[in-house]
Design a protein around this ligand. Structure first.
Ligand code: MN
Length: 202
């Protein structure tokens, strides 16, 4: 597994293919308060490309182009948060997404454990170490533990999608899953605009 760290943007000649796993690390869970520190990308080949935001006035045109490209499918685990932070921090929409957490909730109805660690363990037998989840992602120099942790959040999403798609097909829930994925951008916008509760409930 190889990790490449870039500062403030991707290089302009990078080609990560048409299906990319994406994750973000931030200073906290409030997109309006807590800045974006790291964006992790993987094409599912065992390599991770990490973009660290060290310059407060970063522009990141190459990253924005990739995130906003409707021809590129982006795989997330809990896309709702990542889409909101990417919208707020980069000012771009992120079309064509797949969320392994939503897919898991739609098919793994025998459990309420949908965290990445649990889904990875059950579906692909991979043990993820989440120890660095809460750490100072704003540091100028990220530790090797932080970089390894951040990379591990994007390494397995392609494999998970493959397993989850088989289950979605088997249970006849592919269509509702796609509808949910298509709605996530709206859900994220509601979060940014202050509707944190479920507007569909009574
Ligand atoms: Mn993460």
């Amino acid at each position: 597994m190889g990790i490449t760290l870039y500062k403030n943007d991707l290089p302009d000649d990078i080609d990560l293919g048409k299906v990319i796993a994406v994750d973000t690390e931030t200073m906290g869970l409030n997109p309006q308060r807590d800045r974006l520190c790291l964006v992790q990308l993987s094409s599912g080949d065992g390599n991770a490309h990490l973009v660290q935001m060290t310059d407060p006035s970063f522009e990141a045109p190459n990253l924005k182009k990739l995130i906003s490209d409707p021809e590129v499918k982006k795989l997330f685990h809990f896309a709702r948060f990542d889409i909101a932070i990417l919208k707020y921090a980069l000012g771009v929409d992120c079309p064509n997404i797949y969320c392994t957490k939503i897919a898991s909730k739609l098919v793994r109805t025998y459990t309420d454990r949908h965290g990445l660690r649990h889904v990875c363990k059950e579906l692909i037998g991979v043990d993820l170490n989440k120890q660095q989840q809460s750490s100072d992602w704003g540091a100028q120099e990220l530790s090797s533990e932080q970089l390894n942790y951040a990379a591990s959040d994007v390494y397995y999403l392609h494999q998970l999608r493959k397993k989850l798609d088989i289950m979605l097909e088997r249970e006849g829930r592919m269509h509702i899953a796609q509808s949910c994925f298509d709605f996530i951008a709206t859900r994220a916008q509601l979060d940014l605009d202050g509707w944190h509760y479920d507007i569909f409930e009574h």
